[in-house]
Design a binder for this molecule. Sequence first.
Ligand code: CMP
Length: 139
Amino acid sequence: MAGNRTFTMIKPDAVGANNTGAIIKMIEEAGFRIVAMKMTKMSGERAGQFYAVHKERPFYADLCAYMSSGHIVPMVLEKENAVADFRTLIGATNPKEAAEGTIRSLFATSIEANAIHGSDSDENASLEAGFFFSETERF
Ligand code: CMP
């Protein structure tokens, strides 16, 4: 993933509210190409592994419970400057701080149930894509 790919995941609140299609439309209209995508669920244990970096944070247990509470839609996306451009498209973690017109400003309901994830670096994009998709599925 040399700078032109990122990883995203539509979270249980947005999938549960039937906003999957609207969010994918925004992603495609912003110029991202979907390279891999599936509808799936994580166990609490898998969510704990995905968010291991937040293990010491006070919200970790709640986050793992929430992320395993319903379906998610992980995707690998391709576009020039993918990581940074995608984080602009989704907006700030806290929807109260997310810029107008961003995915989180439109669909997130709280700082935890914030509709969508976006990788914060090329390295994490690659690691996170590998968490959900095999090499064959990604290329
Ligand atoms: P994301 O940035 O995709 O990955 C880490 C997640 O932890 C974040 O989205 C939120 O869903 C959640 N999170 C971050 N900060 C908080 C917080 N202060 N309280 C509750 N959940 C949080």
